[in-house]
Design a binder for this molecule. Structure first.
Ligand code: GLA
Length: 733
């Protein structure tokens, strides 16, 4: 009796209405270090009361007593004054024109499977035949919770969905800063950290296909002021959707709400009778260890759930693009295979330029869609290439751009209706003045795109790696396949179609490694990565600019997925000249590869590359599977930048430091290793001395973790010129 009374009082304090006798649910769903608190009383509405560091079940009642709960609807709807006072997540237009939705909880279920614990809240509209199931799921062994909804039309007429976000998460309004990542071609993902104003801040994409280019769908929000690397309460979120998205942050008075989902601008969705629409997952975490805590949580989650083969070390490769561009032929490919094998690499990837029979692919103006090998360039076919790879003891990979065609192609000659186009209008073209986008809304086109990969892998089972590219925007928002009333759904249906293709490929070819490339880093997003192993970080391979881009990509995406290639000097995109050691030391912080003509290296550079590749192999496990600690950010312009990777026991560390800004008599900050074990002593090894006989002065020294953490390393004698760098391995004794 007493307990019931307390719960009733608590429910009133929690701001939740409920019918007498109906079941009450105050749920705390937790990961190892975080919790979300939800009240969903049957007959009442559903509310998020808390999201942050871990709390216990009884704490949710204490939060009510302290009035410190957020009491924000877990899925706010549009059209009625029901005290929500926040941005809506769901906006529907009923068949009779009614613009409002009013959801009540009818059931709450909790379940678990091998991946985590689920909470399912079922809600029904009080009048109209709409059912919404909202899910929250913990991901075992990580601090990430994902959330999404399932919207069903239980009636007999279409319902128009004008907005259908995945999540509406209330956060503590304080001295909030938003960290987001913005870019364009060759300068992807620059970090921006801005104070959260009162009002609205929006991160979105409308490009259609390269939806991580302009704004990345990942972001952080701090709670206590300026973003810090290793302390402070921070929220991190990312939307698992490859199509257009919109993330709205709305702050007023004491509230800050994040509403994230598919971008429904110009993209309403007609939900047919009996149809269920599943919104993409929104993944989130919370850390009291600053941005570094968010990154490590997402890296771990990414390796386990967010990408393919996340626990499998990656091969070191040579990609042919910057070495020969479109001038692919058997002789050059063989020579490059021989070189990468000689250098200690394990994989060769033949990039663009290998296909097209009637219309040979010699530049960007033709042939996409015609995936037969060009016999003039490669008379021995793919077999000739895989045989050569075998001869040199390496694996073979190949580039494709399967979502595309050129107007100069046999495919377009045969199926002009297979490309996206707007009725009664001239078709728009992209790269080369002829590139067009295939209509993946059409199941026949999906089958065709699947068959490109299927044929390659079926006929050449030796292919171990695919570079899947996408070099166009959704230029024409129209489909010859969709009916007039579905034209507004083109972007959504395209991405559903693409998912369908990728799913089929993964079901049939679970082992092949696939890179997600999109004019460089246009698809660095967990909206794509579940089907891929890695992403191409940028077409800009200049090591200096990569320091900035890789630093920002590392905020959410793990090193194992970050393709990072050593290229020629002067760099082809920026013309900057940097030493080979600097280029290797930068590329080694991701999945190391090369993208140049090895024959153009001097003997000294070639010999160095061999040693650097061997060194990378000796520490690749720590870089690719370990924890990242960012030490000094290049964005702080302190002349140097540094980062480190550590294994779980912190007995094996790899440290990289770079001169990024040379000034005479400059002050060089100490590099303090935040991720070390203070109780261990570490022996230092120089991993990449330019001259094998002359490692840096730290080589062979033993230093305590205590000193490394609190005093740090002074590297002014090493980082004493523009583009100097050092890579150190520290092993606990
Ligand atoms: C895109 C990719 C490059 C390369 C070219 C080939 O730009 O990002 O890496 O594959 O296409 O045309």
């Amino acid at each position: 009796m007493k307990l019931k009374f307390i719960i009733l009082i608590m429910s009133l304090l929690a701001g939740t209405n409920q019918l007498s006798g109906a079941k009450q649910h105050h749920i705390v769903l937790s990961t190892e270090n975080t919790s979300i608190g939800i009240t969903a009383n049957e007959g009442g509405r559903s509310y998020i009361q808390y999201y942050g560091t871990k709390i216990q079940q009884e704490d949710i009642y204490r939060l009510f007593a302290l009035k410190s709960n957020y009491t924000s609807p877990s899925y706010p709807t549009f059209g009625l004054n029901i005290g929500h006072g926040v941005m809506e997540a769901l906006s529907l237009q009923m068949p009779d024109g009614n613009m409002s939705t009013d959801l009540y909880v009818t059931a709450v279920d909790q379940n678990s499977d091998k991946n985590g614990n689920y909470l399912e809240i079922t809600m029904l509209d009080s009048v109209y035949p709409i059912e919404v199931k909202q899910y929250f799921k913990t991901c075992n062994n990580t601090d990430v919770i994902t959330t999404w909804t399932q919207i069903s039309n239980k009636g007999k007429k279409s319902i128009i969905m004008n907005k259908f976000a995945s999540a509406a998460i209330p956060l503590q309004r304080g001295d909030n800063y938003v960290c987001h990542y913005h870019g364009r071609w060759a300068s992807e993902n620059y970090i921006y950290e801005t104070p959260m104003p009162n009002g609205e801040l929006v991160l979105d994409e409308k490009e259609g296909l390269r939806t991580a280019w302009y704004n990345n769908p990942s972001f952080m929000i701090t709670q206590d002021g300026k973003p810090q690397e290793e302390y402070g309460n921070v929220f991190g979120g990312t939307l698992l959707w490859g199509g257009n998205y919109k993330i709205q942050m709305v702050a007023e008075n004491n509230k800050l709400t994040v509403v994230a989902g598919i971008n429904s601008d110009n993209s309403a969705y007609s939900l047919e009778p009996g149809e269920t629409f599943i919104t993409p997952e929104f993944a989130m975490t919370f850390s009291n260890q600053g941005k570094g805590g968010i990154s490590r949580a997402f890296h771990k989650w990414g390796r386990t759930y967010g990408l393919q083969h996340g626990n499998q070390e990656r091969d070191i490769l040579l990609n042919s693009w910057e070495g020969v561009y479109f001038n692919v032929n058997q002789e050059k490919m063989e020579q490059m295979m021989k070189d990468i094998s000689d250098l200690g690499g394990e994989l060769f990837v033949m990039d663009d330029g290998w296909f097209g029979e009637k219309y040979p692919r010699n530049n960007g103006t033709s042939s996409l869609g015609d995936w037969g090998i060009n016999k003039n360039k490669l008379p021995l076919g793919i077999k000739g290439l895989t045989d050569a790879a075998k001869k040199y003891g390496i694996k073979f990979g190949i580039w494709i751009e399967p979502e595309m065609a050129n107007t100069i192609s046999e495919l377009y000659d045969k199926h002009p209706d297979w490309v996206l186009q707007c009725k009664n209008r001239k078709i728009s073209t992209g790269r080369g003045g002829t590139q067009v986008v295939l209509d993946l809304c059409n199941p026949k086109v999906q089958d065709y795109v699947f068959s490109i990969t299927d044929n390659l892998l079926k006929n050449n089972p030796e292919i171990a790696y695919i570079k899947w590219d996408c070099n166009a925007a959704m230029m024409d928002y129209g489909s010859t396949y969709l009916s007039a009333d579905k034209q507004m759904e083109v972007d959504i249906r395209y991405h559903m179609g693409l998912r369908n293709v990728l799913k089929r490929i993964r079901e049939k070819y679970p082992d092949v490694i696939i890179q997600c490339c999109s004019s460089g880093g246009g698809r660095i997003s967990y909206g794509f990565l579940p089907w891929f192993d890695e992403f191409w970080t940028s077409d800009n391979t200049d090591a200096y600019q990569r320091l900035y881009m890789q630093w920002s990509a590392s905020q959410f995406y793990p090193a194992i997925a970050m393709a990072s290639h050593v290229s020629a000097s002067p760099n082809h995109q920026t013309r900057r000249e940097t030493p080979i050691k600097f280029r290797f030391d930068v590329a080694m912080t991701g999945r190391l590869g090369m993208e140049m003509q090895p024959q153009d290296m001097t003997e000294k550079e070639y010999e160095f590359s061999k040693r650097a590749i061997a060194s990378y192999k000796s520490v690749r496990k720590i870089i690719q599977l370990g924890d990242l600690y960012r030490l000094i950010s290049p964005y702080e312009h302190k002349n140097i930048s540094a980062l480190m990777f550590a294994d779980e026991q912190k007995s094996h560390l790899v440290i990289f430091a770079y001169n990024v800004d040379y000034m005479h008599s400059q002050q060089v900050p100490f590099v303090k290793l935040t991720g070390v074990d203070e109780n261990k002593n570490y022996r230092i090894k120089d991993l990449t001395p330019m001259d094998a006989a002359k490692p840096c002065f730290l080589n062979g020294k033993v230093i305590s973790g205590r000193l490394l953490k609190h005093t740090g390393l002074q590297l002014k004698d090493i980082l004493n010129k523009p583009f100097t760098s050092v890579a150190l391995e520290l092993t606990a004794e």
